[in-house]
Design a binder for this molecule. Structure first.
Ligand SMILES: [Zn+2]
Ligand SMILES: [Zn+2]
Length: 269
């Protein structure tokens, strides 16, 4: 039983134009039983996307078309694979209301979604995209003052994202919870960086949320591990938190990435 709960689509403005069909055919080749398409949800309208091409989220005007396309492909392949309609929704500090409003507009058609943290508000008040590039990460470090402070900011915001009231359609799976480690071979994680993890896992368990057990990090040259890494995935598993594998594919050929490297005995089916 293979479930992939984190897959991007042709609607991703920084991904590829590979068709839904190409993703699904690749999923069938890999023997998947279930796949959730989780495109980056449109960002709040008043939020200034900090990445140069302003392409972190899909266009809001394409939401209807996105939904329709997935509903169609779902029907087309209903005999072969379960296709779920989802989104990867950003938690952005200070934009909870707009995010809740967006979710209340579309939540009723979503089958399964992810809540992720890509944007951090720095002490300067500026927002940063933490996984965009090494040089952008360097700027985050400069704004916060040290890698240590970046990690503190990241994990305290992650906690807020878990606690946040985003209404009845809040996604219940936490995306790549250690994304802050994407460049850890260049910016070593400070000693004790994972001290807040047990508390966070406790919270995730209390909320009955799931964890995205994301294989994409193995393919990032300065990361080379899953999000979260194996020891944390094991703790989560022992705490009774369901782990759902995510390829985080942005091309059809990346379907299944990391599946051989993660510990499949921890996966919930
Ligand atoms: Zn993406
Ligand atoms: Zn993501």
């Amino acid at each position: 039983m293979i479930t992939d709960g984190h897959v991007h689509t042709p609607y991703c403005p920084h991904g590829s134009s590979d068709s839904f069909k190409a993703y699904v055919e690749q999923a069938l080749k890999q023997g998947y039983q279930t796949i959730t398409f989780t495109e980056h949800a449109p960002l709040p309208e008043s939020f200034h996307d900090p990445v140069p091409d302003k392409d972190s989220g899909m266009k809001r005007s394409l939401m209807e078309s996105y939904i329709r396309d997935i509903q169609e492909i779902k029907k087309e392949y209903q005999e072969d694979i379960d296709i779920l309609l989802g989104l990867e929704v950003d938690y952005i500090e200070g934009y909870q209301q707009q995010t809740s409003r967006f979710l209340s507009d579309y939540g009723d058609v979503l089958d399964d979604s992810i809540l992720s943290l890509h944007f951090l508000k720095g002490p300067s008040g500026r927002y940063h995209c933490i996984d965009f590039s090494e040089s952008a990460f360097q700027k985050v470090v400069e704004d916060f003052g040290s890698v240590d402070k970046v990690y503190q900011g990241y994990f305290s915001t992650l906690e807020k994202s878990i606690q946040a009231d985003l209404g009845p359609y809040k996604p219940t799976r936490i995306g790549h919870m250690t994304l802050i480690r994407k460049f850890h071979h260049l910016f070593p994680s400070p000693a004790g960086w994972d001290e807040s993890i047990p508390e966070l896992l406790k919270l995730i368990k209390q909320k009955n949320y799931q964890l995205d057990y994301n294989g994409a990090g193995y393919y990032k040259p300065a990361c080379k591990e899953s999000y979260p890494p194996h020891p944390i995935a094991t703790q989560a598993y022992q705490a009774g938190i369901p782990l759902v594998y995510g390829s985080d594919a942005h091309t059809s050929s990346a379907i299944g990435q990391g599946l051989d490297q993660i510990d499949q005995t921890l996966i919930t089916d």
